[in-house]
Design a protein around this ligand. Structure first.
Ligand code: SF4
Length: 547
């Protein structure tokens, strides 16, 4: 192309240098960023990184990008406890590991896109919390893994407990000083679906390949698929499974029971948890599990340790309530929606782990600064949204997109609100009763499939969190949620509530692509809300092959 000297001269003459300098120092204002222009077509990879102004670009590069790469290495060294070869072998042996470790920082990038200041910092700490928790889990699996140690079962194997990812980690507190429990599918399925969504598709296809019908929940299919493809580390002598979140998971348990090489104890979880008659049944089941662990390990439960751990967990719950209070009643809440939801689900489900207090300390400092100095980390908020029902794993960063493109700030998610309680430790009976309640009010079960009255709690939470919009997840293969579609439509209409339906298929982006989700959002915002986008470059782009 011929260089046009005159045009270049004209451009230089017309450039507003004051504005240019300002944009360089502070970054472009929200409406001028054109974040969509940064993407390579299809892959969603960046042509170049976003310039966020000097301070935030430096922060992102040093304190998020470099720091997290460094800490990933440091965490692997720490949690592999001298057995680094096992981690390296795990990288080759397991598809879910080999195909996701490089995409982790891109997962950070997607969730933190466009963020500035305290919002960027607080959200990144929650991402760091999930990453380090994940490394702890897969390193524990690999250190103990018979597949990676020539078929031999070492001491780590004898001191590990495998459980379904939806069994609450707190049930294992009484053995926490001698045994490490690791949620089996949490990293192979759940987290990898966020970091690199291509991986999970193999597991879904594998489940359908042996005749599992394609129209049931893809989460349950994928959890079964990792067993069918023999992509499960042999890291523990026994396993605890559960029928959470819904009866689709029962089918997973059957397949896991066939393929798991060892005793399996199935923990029941009542579907209709608010029926008082079922709580006793659940308490009995938890005691059955504790007895099973005692028999398998030959180690009696340490109830003092349980109390100690629950005290930490209760303190964490109280801190979570403080966060919710700030989110509900002020504009100073610094954690973006995807960071908030994923971290909350992760910690509530896994239970207290070593680094959680450190992460929370960092976030507390940032949030207190926002409150004290009245900093609004999301100043372009036009709508305060609540996201309800079961969320798409392959597009958890949609809320970052919705804020950047339309100013829709998702204040709270349904699954953040489950397991919302302290656990009494004054007597064994109280503790057992509360453990049963906590266990029953698990993700998805608590609101989505635990009964219609709970599903409709969205309207109470909407009021409590001062939201003016509902983003209604529409998991097309979730029969429980689907059965409520019409009732929700009627309720939204009767209450005059703006609700955007977001169809998806949990981890399977082939059913509803991300671009289709964005198109539906855009349609609603243009035709119903009569609004214009804050960043038109984000309206339509092709990320069909992205991680
Ligand atoms: S998304 Fe629906 S079908 Fe799938 S596990 Fe959750 S509640 Fe069950």
């Amino acid at each position: 192309m011929k260089f046009d000297f005159n045009a270049a001269l004209e451009k230089l003459k017309n450039t507003d240098y004051k504005k240019l300098a300002k944009d360089f120092v502070y970054g472009k204002p929200h409406g001028e960023r054109r974040l969509g222009d940064l993407y390579e077509p299809k892959t969603g990879l960046y042509k170049h990184r976003e310039w966020r102004g000097i301070k935030d670009t430096m922060y992102y590069f040093n304190n998020i990008w470099l720091y997290n790469y460094g800490m990933i290495v440091a965490d692997i060294i720490k949690y592999s406890k001298g057995d680094l070869p096992a981690v390296l072998k795990g990288l080759w042996r397991y598809r879910w590991m080999g195909q996701t470790y490089l995409t982790v920082m891109h997962w950070f990038d997607r969730g933190l896109e466009g963020m500035r200041g305290e919002g960027l910092r607080a959200s990144a700490w929650h991402y760091r919390g999930i990453a380090t928790g994940a490394i702890r889990q897969f390193c524990t699996m690999f250190r103990a893994d018979g597949n990676l140690h020539g078929g031999k079962h070492n001491d780590a194997w004898h001191h590990s407990i495998a459980m379904n990812e939806t069994v609450w980690g707190g049930l294992f507190y009484p053995w926490a000083d001698k045994y490490t429990n690791v949620a089996l599918e949490m990293i192979p399925y759940f987290l990898t679906a966020h970091c690199n969504n291509h991986v999970v598709l193999n597991y879904i296809d594998a489940a359908q390949g042996i005749g599992v019908p394609g129209d049931n929940c893809p989460m349950c299919q994928a959890e079964a698929g990792i067993f069918i493809l023999d992509d499960v580390p042999d890291y523990a002598p026994f396993m605890i499974s559960v029928n959470e979140a819904c009866d689709d998971s029962v089918a997973t348990t059957i397949i896991q029971d066939w393929l798991f090489q060892g005793p399996l104890c199935s923990l029941g979880m009542p579907m209709r948890f608010s029926d008082p008659l079922v709580k006793q049944n659940c308490m009995n089941d938890i005691e059955k599990v504790w007895k099973f662990i005692e028999e398998q390990t030959g180690t009696a439960p340490n109830w003092d340790l349980m109390k100690e751990k629950l005290a930490l967990q209760n303190a964490n719950m109280r801190w979570e309530w403080e966060k919710w209070d700030v989110a509900a009643n002020t504009n100073y809440y610094p954690i973006n929606s995807v960071a908030q939801a994923l971290y909350r689900i992760y910690t509530a489900q896994v239970g207290m782990y070593d680094i959680a207090p450190y992460i929370e300390g960092k976030v507390r400092k940032i949030m207190e600064k926002c409150v004290d100095e009245k900093i609004n980390p999301y100043p372009m908020t036009r709508h305060r949204a609540i996201a309800w029902s079961c969320a798409p794993l392959y597009y958890s960063s949609w809320c970052t997109w919705a804020y950047n493109c339309w100013g829709i700030n998702t204040i709270i998610n349904m699954d953040s609100l489950m397991m919302d309680m302290e656990i009494r430790t004054d007597t064994y009976e109280h503790m057992l009763e509360d453990c049963a309640k906590y266990h029953m009010e698990a993700p998805m079960r608590r609101m989505a499939v635990g009964g219609m009255d709970h599903f409709l709690e969205v309207f109470e939470y909407m009021e409590r969190f001062h939201c003016d919009m509902v983003v209604m997840y529409d998991q097309l293969q979730c029969k429980g949620a689907q059965s409520m579609h019409g009732i929700f439509e009627d309720e939204f209409r009767a209450r005059n509530i703006h609700a955007i339906w977001m169809p998806h298929a949990l981890p399977d982006k082939r059913v509803v692509p991300r671009a289709e989700i964005r198109r539906l959002f855009n349609d609603y915002m243009f035709t119903v809300m009569h609004e214009e986008p804050l960043d038109p470059s984000l309206l339509d782009f092709d990320d069909s092959e992205s991680w």
